[in-house]
Write a protein of this length. Structure first.
Length: 415
């Protein structure tokens, strides 16, 4: 069994060493990691091949296998993500503001690392390199615990990143991997007080729920994605069709894909046959309410559970609503606070939607698939935070920092 105490001690030491590095040195080490990743493509693909074979043997769906699958192109993209992180501004040491108080003290608010970050995640091996690079650039040591589906891929990826650090004369313990996928070890990681400064879960609803209920260390909740597309009565239907197909079908296994389609009653008769035909090319199963079923050629009745489900598959819940207010109320009742979109040419409708929908990312006339740290210009992301404290939305470098106050005096004492 993995000795988590040892990992924690090593991470604490590495975090201190990371805090001594300047931006130039951190960037050099990140570029070395990217280069080592590209040099090791055959090794990574072989490990991933073994994970995929095990996934197929265990009956994991094709959409979930897509989350797991690495290709040469995806590995190059992972390396490019590390390079982009290296090119981003370093938040550490940045003084956000400074002022003089009535006592003549100069008070400054400075960005500092969180310290040691634990990350528990599922399936997607690219999370390994995204998380490692973002934590490293922001001065945090990281302990990674991936799921059993991608065990060999993740293990090889971390060993490659560690090798790059060792070859560059820096501690490989800045990036560590829990080589035990048992639930018992995962739960021990969730209670590694004194070593972990924060724990970030990234995965499905069950994982998030388990971490929130079990962890005794601070947690940043990253979200499952029950995302909605609302087609307003003033929508351009061609645009609405293109966006809906993209949001549902481009990559249905990810958290920012759409799971529910809401349509205003005034356009339902015209829009539903068009979107049904477009989605039929991808064999999307439609689970509809009574009014939508009356218009659609092929659908099954939606259940109450369907409105709150993250399908991660070619399944879409469909509902006809009477008004924008009803759409907003439905979204706020069933969503997971991730990403929501309205399709409308009505300025006032879009503004109401953007202001009243409670989610980390809210769109007007665009696909929910854009909620991504790389797309937002963060280089990569540690996850999409769906909570309101500390961080919300795609978490980049700034979201992996805290602040402290630096105070300069010249002999003051408080009377």
């Amino acid at each position: 069994m993995t000795d988590l105490i040892t990992l924690g001690q090593q991470a604490k030491t590495a975090a201190y060493q990371l805090g001594l590095l300047d931006t130039k040195r951190k960037n050099e080490l990140l570029l070395a990691m990217a280069k080592q990743l590209e040099k090791s493509i055959p090794l990574i693909l072989e490990a991933n091949k073994n994970d995929l074979a095990a996934a197929e043997e265990n009956g994991i769906s094709e959409t979930m296998q897509d989350r797991l699958r690495l290709t040469e192109e995806r590995i190059f993209a992972m390396a490019d993500g590390i390079r982009q992180v290296a090119g981003l501004n370093d938040p550490i040491g940045e003084v956000e503001k400074m002022w003089k108080n009535e006592d003549g003290l100069m008070i400054g608010k400075q960005r500092v690392p969180l310290g040691v970050i634990g990350i528990i995640y599922e399936s997607r091996p690219n999370v390994t390199t995204d998380a490692a690079s973002l934590c490293f650039k922001s001065g945090n040591a990281v302990i990674l615990r991936g799921g059993k589906e991608a065990f060999q891929s993740n293990q090889v990826l971390v060993s490659i990143l560690q090798q790059a650090l060792s070859d560059s004369d820096f501690s490989p313990y800045a990036i560590q991997f829990v080589d035990d996928t048992s639930r018992e070890t995962a739960k021990k990681l969730m209670t590694l007080n004194g070593y972990l400064d924060v724990l970030i879960p990234r995965g499905g609803a069950n994982l998030i729920k388990t971490v929130l209920e079990t962890a005794t260390v601070p947690v940043i909740e990253t979200g499952t994605g029950n995302c909605h597309i609302y087609i307003d009565k003033d929508a351009q239907l061609k645009m609405a069709t293109d966006i809906t197909v993209n949001a549902k079908c481009q990559r249905p296994s990810v958290c920012n894909s759409a799971e529910t389609l809401l349509i205003h009653k005034d356009v339902a008769q015209d829009f539903l046959p068009v979107i049904e035909e477009a989605l039929s090319e991808y064999n999307v199963e439609l689970r509809a309410d009574e009014r939508a079923q009356a218009i659609l050629k092929q659908s099954i009745p939606a259940t109450e559970a369907d409105w709150g489900t993250e399908f991660l598959d070619f399944i879409l819940a469909v509902k006809v609503v009477n008004s924008l207010d009803e759409a907003i109320a439905h979204i706020n009742k069933y969503n997971t606070k991730h990403s929501e979109s309205i399709i409308s040419d009505n300025y006032f409708a879009t503004q109401q939607f953007l202001q009243q929908v409670d989610a980390a990312a809210v769109y007007a006339n665009a696909s929910t698939r854009f909620t991504d740290g790389f797309v937002f210009g963060f280089g990569a992301e540690i996850g999409i935070s769906t909570q309101k404290l500390h961080a919300r939305g795609p978490m980049g470098l700034d979201e992996l920092t805290s602040t402290k106050y630096i105070v300069y005096g010249d002999g003051q004492y408080r009377a």
